[in-house]
Ligand binder design. Sequence first.
Ligand SMILES: Nc1ncnc2c1ncn2[C@@H]1O[C@H](COP(=O)(O)OP(=O)(O)OP(=O)(O)O)[C@@H](O)[C@H]1O
Length: 266
Amino acid sequence: MELVTDKMLTLKNLTMDYGGKRVLNGVNLEVSKGQIIGYIGPNGAGKSTTVKIMLGLIENYQGEVEIFGKNIAAGDPSYKKRIGYVPENAEAYDNLTASEYLLFTAELYGMDRKYAEEKVLKLMTEFDLGHALHMRLSSFSKGMKQKVLIISSLLHDPDLLFLDEPLSGLDANSMMVIQEILVQLAAQGKTIFYSSHIMDLVEKISSRIILLVKGEVVADGSFQELQEMSEEGTLAEIFNQLTGFTDHKNRAEKFVSIVQEENANA
Ligand SMILES: Nc1ncnc2c1ncn2[C@@H]1O[C@H](COP(=O)(O)OP(=O)(O)OP(=O)(O)O)[C@@H](O)[C@H]1O
């Protein structure tokens, strides 16, 4: 029996160590249907690790992960059919054509082959990639590849979407289309977990922003709520402030001075 719940995602005291180093330190989180979560944090904060755990790609964590109201450690992988994922990169599939890659994904999600073929063609055409259906991904530009990854994450109309830097490499027009797609999907009750370093996009699109620093949640709220917690205006400025980063000028000066150092041994 399907559990009827508005809770799409719950993390309880999620903790993860890599070779004795703690990378997630007791993350607690509850995400409801229809939310767009902006999951942000400095490089190495643990964002991708969190997402990989939720996708079932990493198992040796501590704490609990519930997706669609069920603990994923219970061994029932059926939740994976209701989730979509745009990975940071998918170079492993470069030798496949777009069509082969997308139909392979469709098969993993248990989609009917004929229905999937038609849907792939329609979605590729909508992204102006109809002509590239049978080209190898290795010959695609970065933005073209990114569009294929976005299509692959949405082919099976998932209820929960994990996006890792989904707009990287996309031109301004394509970015607007994809942002609008995400907003429309959320309005229809889909839940989106959006991890990115592009702060103005996160600010614009997220209904809730979670800031992770050194494996711990240090801020969790709407953009307006985050603004109230800090003195600064834009999300990028709030990010700098909440991560205690105030010396970008000094760091840049030092870097430039090293670049320009004369060779004392010459
Ligand atoms: N397979 C691994 N083996 C060992 N350490 C790892 C592994 N994967 C990640 N880590 C470590 O875990 C920490 C968190 O990494 P993670 O990729 O989750 O960060 P992130 O917040 O996604 O960073 P970024 O913004 O740079 O993508 C880092 O210190 C990283 O070195």
